[in-house]
Design a protein around this ligand. Structure first.
Ligand SMILES: CC(C)(COP(=O)(O)OP(=O)(O)OC[C@H]1O[C@@H](n2cnc3c(N)ncnc32)[C@H](O)[C@@H]1OP(=O)(O)O)[C@@H](O)C(=O)NCCC(=O)NCCS
Length: 195
């Protein structure tokens, strides 16, 4: 069973950013950084061609009000009217057929031209607050290739704990296997950090 469909309180405004649902007109901006192999190096998809971008846009445009495990919220992040990146919150587990999702996963992709200014951190912090406020979650996670040090540092800035390093559990694009780092943040840790 899902939770009653929650309409997240969007757009969210932070000091420098606006977080809003994705629109068809975002295609060119999202396509520009998702076509960059440096950006997608540690993502679960290769640099996107037009067909790959069609699929990603379709998923993102549908990600407005997740209610069931497997569904996601997709957000575009704007700075001064320019799309600088995107965020994802995917409901990833519930612990009984009559229980709402209690674990969700965070994801982020930002344009390299806007890296190094704290935008991803500022946006992801707002998404963490939204996740624990709008959904009855107990725990947030992020999973990443341990070689993705920029993403690992972002998790640490968010106050997440490095909980696990699993070996060769994800097929890489060269026919081999890569490891996974798991970061977690519990609701009580989020509450304590806000107090
Ligand atoms: C992961 C990713 C979003 C991180 O981007 P980022 O630019 O490093 O993160 P931020 O925008 O939060 O910027 C943080 C950096 O800016 C610096 N910074 C400058 N001003 C800052 C501010 N006001 N607040 C916080 N950090 C600030 C920080 O020191 C940090 O630099 P450092 O990592 O060298 O110490 C980006 O590398 C990316 O999109 N990668 C490709 C996609 C990807 O791999 N996604 C994750 C899959 S798991």
């Amino acid at each position: 069973m899902g939770i009653p469909v929650v309409t997240p309180p969007l757009p969210l405004r932070t000091e420098r950013l606006v977080l809003r649902t994705v629109r068809p007109g975002d295609r060119a901006a999202i396509g520009a950084y998702c076509a960059d192999p440096e950006v997608t190096r540690y993502l679960p998809f290769p640099a996107l061609d037009e067909e790959g971008l069609d699929g990603r846009m379709e998923r993102m445009l549908g990600g407005t009000a997740p209610a069931e495990v497997g569904e996601m919220l997709s957000l575009a992040v704007e700075h001064e009217g320019t799309l600088v990146g995107d965020l994802m919150l995917r409901l990833s587990a519930a612990h009984g057929p009559d229980l709402p999702p209690s674990i969700a996963e965070l994801g982020w992709v930002f344009a390299p031209s806007y890296a190094g200014r704290g935008f991803a951190t500022e946006a992801a912090r707002a998404l963490v607050d939204l996740a624990f406020t709008a959904y009855p979650l107990h725990r947030l996670i992020a999973q990443l290739d341990p070689r993705n040090t920029a993403s690992a540092r972002l998790c640490e800035r968010l106050g997440m704990t490095h909980e696990a390093h699993t070996r060769e559990d994800y097929p890489d694009r060269d026919g081999g296997w890569s490891d996974t780092a798991v970061y977690g943040l519990l609701r009580r840790e989020w509450e304590a950090a806000r107090a």
